[in-house]
Design a protein around this ligand. Sequence first.
Ligand SMILES: [Zn+2]
Length: 524
Amino acid sequence: MTSRNIVFSARLIHTMNPELPTAEALVMRDGKLLFVGSKREALEIAGPDAAVELFPESTIVPGLIDAHVHLASLGRELTTVGLSSARTEAEAAALVAPAKPNQGDWVLGRGWDQNDWKGTTYPSKASLDAVKPTTPVFLTRIDGHAAWVNSEALRRAGITAATQDPPGGRIERDAKGEPTGVLIDNAIDVVAAQIPEPSESVAQKRLKVAIETCARLGLTQVHDAGMDIATFRLLQSWDALGVLPIRVYAMADGQGAEADAYADMGPFSGRHLEMRAVKLLADGALGSRGAALATPYADAADQSGLLLISPDQLAAKAQQFSARGFQVAVHAIGDRANSLVIATLSKLGAEGRHRVEHAQILTAADVPKLAKLGLIASFQPTHATSDMPWAEQRIGFERAKGAYAWRSVLETGAHVAFGSDSPVEDPNPLWGLYSARTRQDHAGQPAGGWHPEQKLTGLEALAGFTTGGAYASFAETRRGQLVVGFDADFVVLPIDPVEGAPSELINAKVQVTVVDGSDVYRAP
Ligand SMILES: [Zn+2]
């Protein structure tokens, strides 16, 4: 932090302040905004000793906020073997060949997708055994619902032809019943349980990489949707030392073994780290038909998904944490889960700003309830554009009208916050803005967008990643807009995310990310 006046001037500043929506320049000092307005006045107010940064081609927007990420998992994703570029099984195995163990004596990797490969059949342990005969290898599929492992990993987990499939899981086998090296859903855990926890230094490195990645992408704050205590303690120590570059709004993991410890501890507020929310899970994912629906899946008449917690338990957890001063944020994908979560949170009172995470499939009756009850819809725009090739097969046309229904919810007046759910999706918030504005993939498909009536304007989309995230973390009087007296958190972009063509968002790279008046990232 500096006590010098600093001026940033740009082609255009979108302030997100309705009273002064655009400006040319801002002045900051000691991490706060002193002035927002014309360049001439800014230079005058800042005085002759000010540092002046000119970005005549660029656009400045308030710091982008991702309201739903998983930092520890993102760090793991970024530091293990990436396989998404492989176009064949052999290419994937070749990427594993030079890898050194990256967790205990295991080699972990992720991102393979046999649907991208010629032949599209599942890979086998043989290709991994050829490159790693004695080191256990564990490679997660792109969606997290399958793992590809070698013989050493199977051996350590004790999986043989005689092993039965665990409930909710499947061990892929050849014609003779021998495990092939691919494990589906709960069968993944049988091997995953053998992988040692990351060491302290590995955990630190991963978290650091995740945070640096967020800063590089223009994120000045992330909301971590369910943090373990070890990660929280690490962030707390960095924050105390003043080396946590971006702001982290943490949600305690409310359903794991550490839930009671968190409840006892109560909320925490540091400089860049805050913990005043709890994350609970009501149901599973739509892709694997784990999302709890009110009536059966359109493509599986005998299935309607599952609640992961009983309504009584959910109510008890929500009460326990809200009584301790926590905001309650509950993952709900299916319409049945959303109805339950809305009803449960409605009993806690609107001042708690409780949140429905994902709010992915809403019934027409539930859409207006969010605004009425003061609940926040925490959406991830990229989920819609990732899921759109198959989502409608799962739920049918009628229910799809209330799916990823951003505009319907916004029009009721509800508070909406946007995020990525990274590492499930890419953490790049510009891709989130693109999805929100287009409901198309990066190739511009489908033409006009999927259920285009839910598309948002550039300003509405940006609000989801700025003012929406600020409100969801009780910070709307300090952040989310560029207003005098607010924290100097902002991003310099080479494109205009509001008025420019959405397609420009796909390849745009952030130029500068500023938190508290200091650069936390600057493009080389
Ligand atoms: Zn999540």
